[in-house]
Each structure stands twice: as C-alpha cells, then as structure tokens.
Design a protein around this ligand. Structure first.
Ligand code: PGA
Length: 256
C-alpha cells in the first residue's frame, strides 16, 4: 500500500507568533481527530522550521518540510539555505519545483534535477511539483508538458532514489484561483504520471509512488479528489493556513 500524505504549503505567510499558534492548533487537532496512517507534513517558511520541529517532537503523525532549498551543499550564496541546514533542524521533506518557483524565480527542470540530487544526498524526501499552465491545458498538449517535466526534472534518478520522491501534480491554473481540476481531470493526469513512471522504471515503482494533487483543494472537494484511484493526497496552499480546514482535509482519509 502506498503512503497517503497531505502537505500544507504556507508559502510566504505567518510570522513567529501566528505561525506557532497555527501549528500548535494543527498538532492538537491531528492528535485528537486523525485516525488513519496518513502522513501530515507542514511546510512553513524556513525561519519557523526550527521552532516548529521542537513542537512536533510530541507528534508521531506530523512532520515538517521546507518550501525550497539551494542546490549547493554550502558556500558563498548569500541569503540561501542549504539542505543540510534544513535537515539539521529536523525537517524531512523539501518541496521542489513549485510553479511559483518556476514562474517567479526562473527555476528550470535542469536546476530542479540538481536540487533533487542534493535533497536526496542529505537523506531528505523531495515533494516534486509538476503541472501545466492554462495556456498549455487549452492547447491540448498538457500531457506532453507533464512528460517533459518528469523526464528532465526527476527521471535521471535510479529506481532506489526515485522511491524517496513524492510527486505533486498541480495544474498552474488551479493554484490559488479557486478553480479546482475536476476529479476526472486530475485522475487523468495522475494515471498518466503513473504510466510514465512504469515506463521509465517498472510497475512496482509506479504503484508505490505517492502522487499528490494540488490546486484550490479544500475540505469540500478533497473527498472526491482523494477517492480517485491514482490520487494519494494533497498539497494544500490557502486552506493550510486555517487549522480547521487543513485538518478536515487530512481527515478525508479517516476510515479509508
Ligand atoms: P492553493 O495552493 O491550495 O492555494 O491553490 C496550492 C499550492 O500552491 O501548493
């Protein structure tokens, strides 16, 4: 059985006080209400990782992730954060290739391939994001875009390395827009991704890979999305800033 996972991406939101309060609420609610084996990951801004991972020590269900990292191990890169630093404060995951990083910070598939290597070399797990823009969806060739993001960003890994990766399909047109992909649209792409993994590696690797959906996921639409056979959880932006909504999304897996 592949792992079910819900990750919250706080993006550039929450200061020390509000972030600590939000995380404490999430910890309590998860402890009291989450029944299944689903993993819960919170990805705050870097600056909160150390504090929140101290708080998370009491929880067996909630872990932490960073939203980005630098590709180099260390060095003269003013303002950047290395994977070793992220690892040293207790985080387990690093989001890579979020569409906002690709769009606003010019991150390319080649750069993301390097970052992936660095994350894995430090024993952490990438949450690797792929997804098409609205224009690409409307042009009808969105599956080719997905295939090329996989090929150039992540398929250089060997099967053992790939087993450490969580993928997130996030149609760019659905992120922060309130426009969710329909369960059928999302399932079509998730099934395609799994088929591409099977072609690159093998059927078992494809079957074991956790593939999240992201883009305007909320407590109302999560249950239909997560009921699709190839959707294993979500990467949640806006709704992860409200403890009640986030934990309700996580609870979609209760009893499944
Ligand atoms: P959203 O963001 O849930 O606010 O659409 C998702 C994401 O960017 O990961």
């Amino acid at each position: 059985m592949r792992k079910k996972l819900v990750a919250g991406n706080w993006k550039m939101n929450q200061d020390y006080t509000s972030g600590t309060a939000l995380f404490s609420e999430i910890l309590t609610m998860v402890q009291d209400e989450v029944l299944g084996n689903q993993e819960v990951v919170v990805c705050p801004p870097y600056i909160h990782l150390s504090t929140l991972s101290q708080l998370a020590k009491t929880s067996s269900k909630v872990s932490l992730g960073a939203q980005n990292c630098h590709q180099a191990e260390a060095g003269a890169y003013t303002g950047e954060v290395s994977v070793a630093m992220i690892q040293s404060v207790g985080a387990k995951y690093v989001i890579l290739g979020h569409s906002e990083r690709r769009q606003y910070f010019g991150e390319t598939d080649a750069l993301l391939a390097e970052k992936t290597n660095t994350v894995l070399a430090n024993g952490l797990n990438p949450i690797f994001c792929i997804g098409e823009t609205l224009q690409e969806r409307e042009s009808g060739n969105f599956l080719e875009i997905i295939a090329s993001q996989l090929k150039n960003g992540i398929f250089h890994l060997n099967a053992d390395q790939f087993a450490e990766v969580v993928l997130a399909y996030e149609p760019v047109w659905a992120i922060g827009t309130g426009l969710t992909a329909t369960p059928e649209q999302a399932q079509e792409v998730h099934a395609f991704i799994r088929q591409e993994i099977a072609r690159q590696y093998n059927a078992a690797t494809a079957d074991n890979c956790t593939i999240l959906y992201g883009g305007s996921c909320n407590p109302k639409n999560a249950s239909e999305l997560f009921a699709q056979p190839d959707i294993d959880g979500g990467l949640i932006g806006g709704a992860s800033l409200k403890s009640r909504d986030f934990v309700d999304i996580v609870k979609t897996f209760n009893g499944r």
